[in-house]
Design a protein around this ligand. Structure first.
Ligand SMILES: NC(=O)C1=CN([C@@H]2O[C@H](COP(=O)(O)OP(=O)(O)OC[C@H]3O[C@@H](n4cnc5c(N)ncnc54)[C@H](O)[C@@H]3O)[C@@H](O)[C@H]2O)C=CC1
Ligand SMILES: O=C([O-])CC(=O)C(=O)O
Length: 325
């Protein structure tokens, strides 16, 4: 006879809760369960909607040959015991908008989501996806008082994947052979780093001329906009879900990968008290190390421009929400 009381450790399945069951949230849920990484709780403000998406995903379980459970809910009590909470709730931009235009609309949604989520999953590591990314990650940090190892934003993995894709397409090689690094804020002032981008170890500076590289760098900076401008009423979600899923897999399986994530800086790169994309070692402890690269003066200047725009938005969000530090 099967007992459900004698083997709690063997029965434990990691649990990832996703706040916001829209395009990014629901695609992420699908990625997580189909990779057999964790059970998923999908939470949304719309009545019955996350339940219906969870049912749809459950009905695909046998066909996709996995055993993970998906729960849909409108109640934060159901996210208890999550190892990871992802915040993907809030408005996406429409054609013609910048990510910063979402600040006012998304700030209250994200603060409320963070406050509720930390109450019901106080041990979780938080990954923020909602835009404008770096400032929303700051907001979640403020709302939860998490230590810096347990709070990060997803952007650099996506932006680097885009840069890698464009490099691979330009050279006609497999993206699997391309490794690229994009730092800075998730916006027009992000910092793709050709110097640290390679094809099977060969720097791209040896494979393409400066003009081509500049073209790919600019396309990377506008990678999200290129998709929003065509979809019109929302943005990318397949690659964003894959990028978030890769961060989750790295943490749950303790892969100790070095990935660019939006992290709280405490003096690194001469910056303090803001979140911005930098390389970090991710593992089961969350952000286990923030890596400080030796940037050139030009690269550092771009990173500081990025930081100035994030700081400006942090000041705005403090005004909007009347933060008391
Ligand atoms: N960091 C990144 O690289 C990326 C960020 N994003 C951002 O992620 C966010 C979500 O994008 P999509 O999934 O495409 O949007 P979506 O509109 O498809 O989904 C958003 C979901 O949030 C829900 N929601 C709104 N208020 C809520 C609340 N108070 N509590 C719980 N759920 C709530 C909505 O009902 C909706 O289902 C947007 O802000 C978008 O800009 C999207 C792609 C990449
Ligand atoms: O462009 C958007 O609004 C969504 C996003 O952040 C991205 O795809 O990079």
């Amino acid at each position: 006879m099967l007992s459900d009381s004698s083997s709690p450790i063997l029965c434990h399945s990691p649990r990832v809760s996703i706040i916001g069951a829209g395009r990014v949230g629901s695609t992420l849920a699908q990625r997580i369960v189909e990779k057999n990484l964790a059970d998923v709780v999908l939470l949304d403000i719309i009545p019955k909607m996350p339940q219906a998406i969870a049912l749809d995903l459950m009905e695909a379980r046998a066909l996709e040959n996995h055993t993970r459970r998906i729960i849909g809910t409108n109640d934060y009590a159901d996210i208890y015991g999550s190892e990871i909470v992802v915040i993907a709730a809030g408005f996406p931009r429409k054609a013609g908008m910048s990510r910063d235009d979402l600040l006012q609309k998304n700030a209250e949604i994200v603060r409320e989501a963070a406050t509720n989520a930390i109450t019901h999953s106080p041990q979780a590591i938080f990954i923020v996806v909602t835009n404008p990314l770096d400032v929303m990650t700051y907001l979640v940090w403020q709302a939860t008082s998490l230590s810096r190892d347990r709070i990060m934003g997803m952007a650099g993995v996506l932006d680097s994947a885009r840069f890698e894709t464009y490099i691979a397409m330009e050279l006609g090689v497999s993206p699997q052979d391309v490794s690229a690094m994009v730092l800075g804020s998730h916006g027009d002032s992000m910092l793709p780093l050709p110097r640290y981008s390679t094809v099977n170890g060969i720097p791209i500076t040896e494979l393409m001329n400066a003009e081509t590289i500049e073209r790919l760098v600019n396309r990377t900076r506008k990678g999200g906009t290129e998709i929003v401008d065509s979809i019109q009423t929302g943005g990318a979600f397949f690659a964003p879900a894959s990028a978030t899923c890769m961060m989750i897999e790295t943490i749950l399986r303790n892969h100790s990968r070095m990935l660019p994530v939006s992290a709280l800086l405490q003096g690194e790169y001469g910056l303090n008290d803001l979140f911005i994309g930098v390389p970090c070692r991710l593992g089961c402890g969350g952000i286990e190390k923030v890596i400080e690269l030796n940037l050139t003066d030009t690269e550092l200047d771009t990173l500081r421009i990025s930081a100035t725009s994030v700081r400006h938005n942090i000041d705005k969000v403090k005004d909007i929400l009347n933060f008391v530090q």
